[in-house]
Design a protein around this ligand. Structure first.
Ligand code: ZN
Length: 71
């Protein structure tokens, strides 16, 4: 569970474990440093540091490896 606070409207909400894992996996696949979430209240884009989200992953989480390009 990762708590996100919107910097625009101050709304805070919690990302579920599954959402968090999916977000980190997707970010790793593209080697992105940030994950972009849209605030459920004001729809502004929120940039979340991937390294920050990783600290909240449950221990032993297996991330989906990035897809390897097929020749
Ligand atoms: Zn907001």
């Amino acid at each position: 569970m990762y708590k996100v606070r919107c910097q625009w409207c101050g709304w805070s909400y919690t990302m579920s474990r599954d959402t968090l894992i999916a977000a980190v996996s997707a970010a790793q696949a593209t080697q992105a440093l940030h994950h972009v979430e849209n605030c459920p209240k004001c729809r502004h884009a929120l940039k979340i540091q991937v390294s920050d989200m990783k600290r909240f992953l449950p221990p032993g989480t297996v991330l989906t490896p990035p897809p390897t390009p097929t020749p």
